[in-house]
Design a protein around this ligand. Sequence first.
Ligand SMILES: [Zn+2]
Length: 117
Amino acid sequence: MTKDTRCGWCRRVVDQPTGRGRPRKFCSQRCRQWHWVSQQRARELNLAEGELVVARTELDALHDALYVLACAVDDTVNDLAGGAATKEELKRMLDWLIESAMPLRNYELSAPGTTDD
Ligand SMILES: [Zn+2]
C-alpha cells in the first residue's frame, strides 16, 4: 500500500494522476496558489520555517466552527450518557453532529491577501 500524498496547503489527500508524470503536491490550483503566496509573505516578514500569517477573520471563522463542533460533541456525549436512546433520538443526535461538523468538513483556509476567485 502506498502512502497517500497530502496537499501541501490544506492537508487533504491528493489524487495522483495515473501513469507517468510528476506526482502532484497540491489538491488544487487554489491550494498551490495559497501555499505560494503564504511562502512569499513568510519570506517578506522573515518568519521562521513553519510559521505562517493568517488573516484574523479566517482564524476567527475556524475557531467559531471548532467551537460549534465542540458543543455538539459535548451535547452528544451527554445525550448518550443519559442511557438508551430511541432510533429517532439517535438520528437526531447524529444529524446535529453532522450539521455541526459540516462547516469544518468544507472549510478552506486561504492565504492572506489573496482574493477568492
Ligand atoms: Zn489542498
